[in-house]
Design a protein around this ligand. Structure first.
Ligand code: PLP
Length: 282
């Protein structure tokens, strides 16, 4: 495991966290999860743009340049075929229930080897259930961010595991499916790709945007609109996306087999070609 704290590469034992840190006490942190293939960290700009935008909305200091430099240094140290990179920023120590007026946040980057989903697993698809909870937030823009306060996603994921499923899908009070506990959702309906809009309490997924762009380039139209569970059950194809899995087809939903298509496969191929082409050697 590689650990970089504020630009310094350190051993795990040397990494400590203050007991008054707001990330620990209140989940007042922002994070990104990126994938590296060999020594190439994928979609760095897209992840840092989301981080920077979220930081701005929350008045969170974020030194993008320093983080970029550390990510480049980290890339050169990677030895695994695939790594999961977690970037966290925090304002630091809080006093009581007031946000500190921090001018700088600390940042931590860790890299852990991971196993990619293989072709067979992708072809088999994943089992989804409906989450019993919601990613509740009074402010509309908060769910679009990867804030440290993420326990709702962990609880939903645990519910899925208990049911023998791979992902739990959040549903709103009107019966619209929003996203998975670690993923965005897409459905092919009447030859269009349908996905909930980002204003509707979903994370602005980096892979979601890649898939939307690749779909538009392929000539298929993308519609960002509510996705009622009843429409989803009739869809020609459903798949999930995130930065680690890329695209993962859905095999069944709440115990009911879903229709299977091949749109996900051609999108996967387009994305793979793009990442090989676009990522500079680091
Ligand atoms: C709730 C949720 N939605 C969507 C996503 C997909 O985001 P991204 O494509 O940026 O990995 C994630 C990823 O962790 C997530 O946790």
């Amino acid at each position: 495991m590689q650990i970089c704290l504020n630009g310094e590469f350190i051993a795990k034992e040397a990494a400590t966290l203050s007991i008054s840190d707001g990330s620990f006490l209140f989940g007042d942190s922002l994070f990104e999860t990126l994938k590296a293939q060999g020594q190439k960290i994928l979609l760095i700009d897209e992840h840092l743009e989301r981080l920077e935008l979220s930081a701005k909305l929350l008045n969170f200091p974020c030194d993008r340049k320093r983080i970029e430099v550390s990510l480049q240094q980290l890339a050169a140290r990677l030895t695994a075929a695939t790594s999961r990179i977690r970037l966290t920023i925090s304002r630091g120590s809080h006093q009581g229930l007031t946000l500190p007026e921090a001018e700088q946040s600390w940042f931590l980057i860790t890299a852990t080897p991971m196993t990619e989903i293989n072709d067979e697993q992708r072809r088999a698809g994943t089992v989804c259930v409906i989450a019993p909870n919601q990613r509740v937030n009074p402010l509309n823009h908060l769910p679009q961010m990867k804030r440290g306060n993420y326990a709702d996603c962990l609880y939903a994921g645990d519910f899925a595991r208990q049911k023998g499923a791979g992902e739990a899908l959040f549903i709103d009070s009107q019966g619209n499916i929003l996203e998975g506990n670690t993923s965005n959702i897409f459905a092919v309906i009447d030859n269009q790709l349908v996905t909930p809009a980002t204003g509707s309490l979903i994370l602005a997924g980096v892979m979601r945007r890649q898939v939307i762009n690749a779909t538009i380039e392929s000539g298929l139209s993308v519609v960002e609109q509510p996705l009622p569970l009843t429409n989803l059950q009739q869809a020609d194809e459903i798949f999930l996306t995130n930065s680690l899995i890329d695209i993962l087809p859905v095999h069944s939903l709440d115990g009911q087999a879903t229709k299977r298509g091949s749109r996900w496969k051609s999108l996967m191929e387009t994305l793979q070609k793009q990442t090989t082409k676009l990522q500079p050697d680091t």
